[in-house]
Structure formats: structure tokens, C-alpha cells
Design a protein around this ligand. Sequence first.
Ligand SMILES: Cc1ncc(COP(=O)(O)O)c(C=O)c1O
Length: 447
Amino acid sequence: MDKERVDLPLNEIPASWYNVLADLPKPLPPPLHPGTGQPLVAADLAPIFPMALIEQEMSPERWIPIPEEVRALYKIWRPTPLIRAVRLEKALKTSCRIYFKNESVSPAGSHKLNTALAQAYYNKLAGVRRLCTETGAGQWGSALAFATQVFGLECTIYMVKSSYRQKPYRRSLMHIWGGKVYASPSRHTKSGRAVLAADPKSPGSLGIAISEAVEDAATHDDAKYSLGSVLNHVILHQSVIGLETKRQLELIGERPDVLIGCVGGGSNFGGFSLPFLPDKLSRPDLRLIAVEPSACPSLTKGVYAYDYGDTAKLAPIVKMYTLGHTFVPEGIHAGGLRYHGTAPIVAHLANLKIIEAKAYTQNAVFEGALQFARTEGFIPAPETAHAIRAAIDEARKDDGKCIVFNYSGHGHFDMSAYDDHLAGKLEDYEHPEEKIAEALQHLPKVG
Ligand SMILES: Cc1ncc(COP(=O)(O)O)c(C=O)c1O
């Protein structure tokens, strides 16, 4: 068995997803209805999600079988390789071993397709005609556009306006796969028009785009909403990443010491690292590190509180680390990390101090991305580069540890960000404390 690149055979694509809810040391605080403030029941979610996904969202089962149709589609690019970054290790002169799980090899270029195909499949089974969603940098929108194309569904995508301008080729991908794309805030929905009335120049945010997509789905009988992160069922679908990684490390006799993923909503970090939760609970020295941008530091500077998942208060209220649902982050290039909150599962584990969090500014992130690209060849997405930066810093400790990070996506459509960094034109943003205090005044009063 080669120890520098570990490939699994097709028949080792996991047969079931792993549901971390079964192994949490304490149960998750319940999600609440945005209108009544009461704990959410399945029927509350029925206008926006098909029942199979609602059941997965709430399921206590540890293993949930992956439908054969979805598993067959996973074969397009799964199992993904686990690669040892030997040239990066050499450049860093480190005694650590660095591995990365390469999720960028999917047709859409990131981990997002793992859940997009599953969600499109269950919606198709439920007779839905059209899916509505939001997208930051366009990774999620493009993955869902491909997945809906495969299952013969229509797809409407609200793309955060700052990314709509920064990443025109991600828009092209969505168009190629048949998606209809609006720059958000748009005039297409009531929530979009309300934001534009207050701030005609709004760069948009994931919180605003979610409101638009939820409203579109809730006001059309033949449409449902699809979310690319945050929710329990999305982390469930992403568990294929961690399950394969575990098997690959086992095959080469490695035991990880540090697992690293970037966090937008939390699904790639959760899907990659949480299948290792049982190991973490029996081996406290195993570290799980979530990495976020300093411009949107929900885990490192937010509060652990109930908050709305979106700006217009249409999505459920969940307990999470939040910067406030009214917060609009600066237009950093890691558009997929510009979310004011975090997945309830990830937030809960951060609150229990089972996972750690770190934040970086964009120039530090792009320096890490360049060092990786110049040694390993692959050019990472700006989101992914957050994990790389943290892996480099861990490896610099030179303490012989086994470091594994999730290479969540490639950066082939992020060239303007790289050009700006190389030209010294990228700005670093720290999120100011007064802005956090201001946004936190708008948290819902709960309990
Ligand atoms: C390449 C890539 N990695 C990571 C993320 C972060 O998302 P999440 O935290 O939900 O995995 C995104 C989001 O768009 C992304 O595009």
C-alpha cells in the first residue's frame, strides 16, 4: 500500500451515512419555530423540505443507508484520494506528517455535491418540480445546479451579490447545468426588496440570500428549499468524507493527531471530522480544529445563543455561535465562509470544548494557499485555504504529529482573488467589537 496517496476501490464508497447525533455527549438544544418560538416539529418544516430530509434532520439513528441511486452517482468521483503533502512537509522542514482529503475532484469542484445529489434525489422522490437555494461563492449553487440537472428538476439560485460580481465563471457553471441565477439581494422577492430599500448598495450576505430562497420556496407549491450547509442532514450527507478518511488512514497504519477543516456553515468540517467523534471522546489528545475568517468570526468572537438563520427571520431559530442575523460581513473572497452563524452541531461541540476554533485574515490565508500551490500543485479555493493555513501553522510546531485536513474545493474560478493577493491589493478585515455588540442587540428573546 502506497503511503503517499491512498485510493479506495469503488466498493468502499460508504454504504451508510454516519449520524453524529447518536454519539453527542449531551443532546442538541432544540430548534425553534421563527414565528412562535416553540420547539420545531416535523410539520413546521414540511412547506420547505421533503419529509425524508426532515426525518433525517431529526433522526437519532447512528447509521442511515445511502440510497443505491445516490451511491451510483457518488461513483462519478468517489472515493476521493487521501494524499500526503510530502513536498509541503519538506518545504516546512517539519517532522509532522500532513495529509489532505481531496474533495475538489467532484464535477462541481468541492464537497458540496455529496449533499446536493442526496437532496435532489429525495426531492425528486417527493414529486418536487423546482429547488430554490442561496449560494455564497457559487460552489453550492453550482453543485445543486448539477444535481438538479441529473434528476430533471429546475433550480433557482440566489447568489450573494459580492460573489456574483467576483466569480462570474461560477455563474457560468450554474448556467451550463441549467440553473437560474439572481444576484441577491434581488427584486425577485419581498425580503430582497426590503434589503434594497434600506441599502440599495448592499453587497448581500448568505443570511439575506437564504431569506430570498426560503421565501421563494414557501410561496410556491411545486418548489422546495435546499440548504448547502448548517443543518444536521447536510452534515450527515457529508460524513462520507470522514468515513472514507478513517478507512484510508487505517489502511496505512496512521492515527490522526489533528483534524482540520474550514467553517462556513460547518458542513465540510463536520462531515470530515465528526466521524472521528467517538475517537475524540476516548482520546482527548485528538484535536479537531475549525478555521474561519477574521472578517466573519462566529466561533471565535460570536456568542452562543439562539438566533435566526437568516436576515428576514423566515428560517428556524437555532442555538449557535452567531454574530447576529443582521450582520453583513465584508466582501472577502472566501464567499462561502461569510455566514453569521454556524451549524448547531458544530456550535454545540465548540461550546462543550470538544472542538477548537481559529480565525485568520485573508492575506495570511492566501500566503498559505500559495505555499501549498507551489509545493503540492493544487490551487485551493479561498475557503479551503483557511484549513491549509491552520495545517501549516500546526506543522510548524515540528512535533511529529499526524495532521489531516479537508481539501474542500479547488480555486480555479478564484483567479481574481489570487491576482489581487499577488498584486498586494487584498485588504485584511478584522470584525470590529462594536459591530458585534450592535448586531447582538437583535437576537430573539427566547425562554
Ligand atoms: C470550497 C468550500 N469549502 C468550504 C466551504 C464552507 O462551507 P461549509 O462550512 O458549509 O462546508 C465552502 C462554502 O461555500 C466552499 O465553497
